[in-house]
Design a protein around this ligand. Structure first.
Ligand SMILES: Cc1cc2nc3c(=O)[nH]c(=O)nc-3n(C[C@H](O)[C@H](O)[C@H](O)COP(=O)(O)OP(=O)(O)OC[C@H]3O[C@@H](n4cnc5c(N)ncnc54)[C@H](O)[C@@H]3O)c2cc1C
Length: 417
């Protein structure tokens, strides 16, 4: 009896393995040998992580404080991101990109945020929003024209929000009127990331307000079509990342620059922001880890009461709590990314990852200041910057309430009897 019961699990495992071998790859149930821990990276993902880590530490780190103080992104960093192949991570090699995966993009965003969340969001918006819209919805001719520019030299911006349409993004009022073969755009966009340095803009405008959100259309244009920077915001955090108000005053865009067809802008924006949120989760995850790594080592070198402060139980338990929170944010983020990449449903998981990672980022970076005492409160260490930068995670690409609303909708659908 004893021997049999011991052998049964191994026997079942053997049977399952042979079942797996016999099963076609297309089955929706993953093969046993394809399951691995979420945070174990593939060789390619690990290579990207190492490349980005090196770039972040050698090129970005020495400039972080100056960029924050000056509220300006160093152009050499943007140039460096292009040179490292980090501005077309998922773009095909034929279009000048690195032809890697969504999860690789997420890892790059996380690694950059460990050092500077401003550089991270620049790379994030460019890759997960701008490049992805073109890769997914543009015609072949449009891809030929825009993807190589975006992968190798020109920064992109995603222009959806307006003064009166934030969470309610599809109440936007920018209009596009057809005149001959062109559309003439009039309106004002607000809060547009990267727009100070960018040359390529995705612009959401309504071609027929009588149709409501079904009139929203996505246009692509370069700055020289007449996009005017009306104001550059001065912000609490991510100060090196530009955030501007843009005026569109009779801006002419050829009809051939519509992406995805007339009236498809609503669908494009929703789908892109659903996956873009995993990018913000990755930014917040990296930020939390960055604050943790910067502050904890100090506590083992600083003595009070003749003892390193990090060894007091009150401090040690706080580190354990923070490390566990970071781990949960990581698993949620990686899971959402891997689900998206595997073609599985991911919208609920993405909302959970963004909501949770932004909470973790705020809490861990806030605690990190306290762990360092008075020193943490100065601008010298960079820990207070992580805390300032963390606030934005709960606001852009859908506020925390909007994420909770999304998660709650799934719960209601699943549990309504
Ligand atoms: C630094 C920065 C960069 C940005 N970058 C971009 C960009 O590149 N492109 C772009 O298009 N936009 C960008 N945005 C805009 C951003 O996406 C919006 O700020 C965000 O969606 C919130 O909109 P809002 O600021 O109008 O706030 P509001 O929508 O006015 O929300 C204010 C508060 O009301 C709550 N609220 C609103 N509706 C509900 C509801 N139904 N239920 C419960 N609570 C609700 C919100 O949760 C929030 O707490 C950026 C914003 C910032 C600050």
């Amino acid at each position: 009896m004893y021997r049999n019961s011991m052998l049964r699990p191994l026997g079942s495992l053997r049977a399952l393995r042979s079942f797996n071998r016999a099963r076609p790859f297309s089955s929706s149930i993953p093969r046993l040998d394809s399951i691995r821990p979420l945070d174990v990276l593939t060789e390619e993902e690990e290579m990207i992580r190492e490349t980005v880590q090196r770039f972040a530490n050698e090129v970005v780190k020495p400039r972080v404080r100056e960029m924050d103080e000056n509220e300006r992104m160093d152009p050499d960093i943007i140039k460096g991101l292009f040179e490292q192949g980090l501005m077309g991570i998922e773009t095909s090699a034929a279009h000048g990109g690195s032809e890697s995966s969504f999860t690789s993009a997420i890892i790059a965003i996380e690694e950059l945020a460990k050092v500077d969340p401003s550089v991270s969001v620049l790379c994030d918006v460019h890759n997960t929003l701008v490049n992805t819209v073109i890769r997914k919805y543009a015609t072949e001719t449009q891809k030929e024209k825009w993807l190589p520019l975006l992968a190798t030299e020109q920064l992109g911006s995603f222009c959806l929000s307006e003064a009166a349409s934030g969470s309610d993004a599809f109440a936007l009022q920018t209009k596009a009127q057809k005149v001959g073969n062109d559309y003439v755009l009039n309106g004002t966009k607000m809060w547009i990331t990267n727009s100070y340095e960018a040359n390529i803009f995705l612009i959401f405008a309504n071609i027929d307000p009588s149709k409501g959100y079904k009139g929203i259309t996505c246009f692509i244009g370069t700055k020289d079509v007449g996009i005017e920077i009306a104001k550059k915001e001065q912000k609490l955090g991510i100060r090196a990342s530009s955030t501007c108000t843009l005026n569109f005053d009779d801006v002419k865009i050829p009809a051939e620059n519509i992406i995805g067809g007339e009236g498809q802008g609503y669908k494009i924006a929703i789908e892109i922001l659903n996956e873009g949120r995993i990018g913000i989760a990755a930014q917040m995850l990296g930020l939390a880890q960055g604050a943790f790594s910067l502050s904890v080592p100090y506590t083992y070198t600083r003595n009070q009461f003749k003892q390193p402060i990090g060894t007091f139980q009150g401090m040690a338990f706080s580190f354990a709590d923070a490390a566990t929170q970071i781990e949960t944010a990581k698993l949620l983020t990686y899971n959402a990314a891997r689900r998206k990449e595997a073609g599985l449903s991911f919208v609920k998981e993405a909302a959970m990852a963004k909501w949770w990672a932004s909470k973790v980022a705020q809490e861990v970076s806030g605690n990190a200041i306290e762990w360092m005492g008075g020193l943490g409160f100065t601008r010298e260490t960079g820990v207070e910057k992580f805390w300032r930068d963390s606030k934005i995670g709960a606001i852009y690409e859908g506020t925390s309430n909007i994420q909770l609303q999304t998660i709650a909708k799934f719960i209601q659908k699943e549990y309504t009897p």
